[in-house]
Write a protein that binds this ligand. Structure first.
Ligand code: SF4
Length: 245
C-alpha cells in the first residue's frame, strides 16, 4: 500500500477512476506501474524536451539538442522501433521549431502546479505551459503527442482542460484567458475561453469520484480493458481471458 491523502484529487486520479475503479486501486493504492509503450515513451520525451527548451528560454534552433538530451530509450521492443519513434519525434519538433520563430506570446511558466480547496477536497494539477498573450490574457496549454484527433473533438467537454481552466482562475486568479490543447504531432491547437467550461459539472465529477474512492468502491469496469495498460496482469481483464480462450 502507498500512502495517499484521501482528500486530494487530480485529473489523473479522476480519469483513472472513471476508466476503471479497479485500475485506480492497482495504481494508486497498490502502487503498480503501468509501464511504457512506444507512444507513451515518446510522449515523455517530447514533454521533457519542451519543458527544458522553454525553461531555458532557448533559441528555437536548439530544440533538437534538447530532444537528444531528453529522448527516453525505454518502452521499445527493438532498436528499429526506437529509431522509428525517435524520427517521429524529430518530425514533430521540426514543425514546432518553425512555429516558435513566429510565436507572439511569452512563455510565462512550464510544468506549473496549482492547488485549491473545494468543499473539503484539495484539487491539484500541473500544467505543461502557461503563456501571456499580447492582449493581456493568458493561455494554459496541454501538449498531446498522439497523431489522431477525432473530427467530433470538443475541448469544452475535456475534463482535463476544464479543471486546468478552473485551477488557473481559482489558484492563480487569472481572470481572462483560454485553455488550449496543442496537438504537437498534427501542428494543431484547439482552444476555448476559461468560461466556456461548466465549472460546477466538472467539480461535481471530481467530488463524486473522490467520494467513491473514499468509500473504497473499486469494482472492475471491463469496458476499458482493451485500452488498459494493465490488461496482461489484471485478474479481471477480459482481453487476457479472450486471448487465453
Ligand atoms: S484490465 Fe480491465 S478490469 Fe483490469 S484494471 Fe484494466 S480496465 Fe480494469
Amino acid at each position: 500500500m502507498i500512502p495517499q491523502n484521501p482528500r486530494e484529487l487530480n485529473y489523473s486520479k479522476v480519469k483513472t477512476y472513471r476508466e476503471c475503479p479497479y485500475l485506480y486501486k492497482l495504481k494508486y493504492t497498490e502502487g503498480r506501474k503501468e509501464g511504457l509503450t512506444p507512444a507513451t515513451s515518446l510522449g515523455v520525451s517530447i514533454h521533457r524536451t519542451l519543458e527544458d527548451y522553454h525553461s531555458h528560454r532557448g533559441d528555437p534552433s536548439e530544440i533538437m539538442r534538447y530532444y537528444n538530451a531528453n529522448f527516453l530509450c525505454a518502452g521499445f521492443r527493438s532498436a528499429a522501433e526506437q529509431m522509428e519513434y525517435y524520427l517521429k519525434g524529430r518530425r514533430m519538433l521540426e514543425v514546432y521549431e518553425q512555429r516558435e520563430y513566429g510565436r507572439k506570446s511569452t512563455v510565462d511558466a512550464t510544468e506549473r502546479e496549482f492547488m485549491f480547496d473545494y468543499e473539503g477536497w484539495v484539487i491539484r494539477g500541473k500544467i505543461d505551459r502557461i503563456d501571456k498573450l499580447e492582449d493581456g490574457g493568458w493561455e494554459v496549454i496541454d501538449y498531446k503527442t498522439d497523431a489522431q484527433l477525432e473530427e467530433s473533438y470538443d475541448i469544452t467537454s475535456s475534463l482535463q482542460l476544464g479543471i486546468y481552466s478552473i485551477g488557473a482562475r481559482r489558484a492563480w486568479n487569472l481572470k481572462k484567458g483560454k485553455a488550449t490543447v496543442y496537438f504537437v504531432a498534427l501542428d494543431r491547437k484547439i482552444s476555448a475561453d476559461f468560461d466556456s467550461f461548466n465549472e460546477k459539472e466538472i467539480l461535481d465529477i471530481f467530488t463524486a469520484a473522490g467520494e467513491a474512492i473514499k468509500a473504497k468502491k473499486f469494482d472492475p469496469d471491463t469496458k476499458h480493458c482493451p485500452r488498459c495498460l494493465m490488461n496482461n496482469r489484471c485478474p479481471y481483464s477480459v482481453v487476457k481471458q479472450q486471448e487465453a480462450a
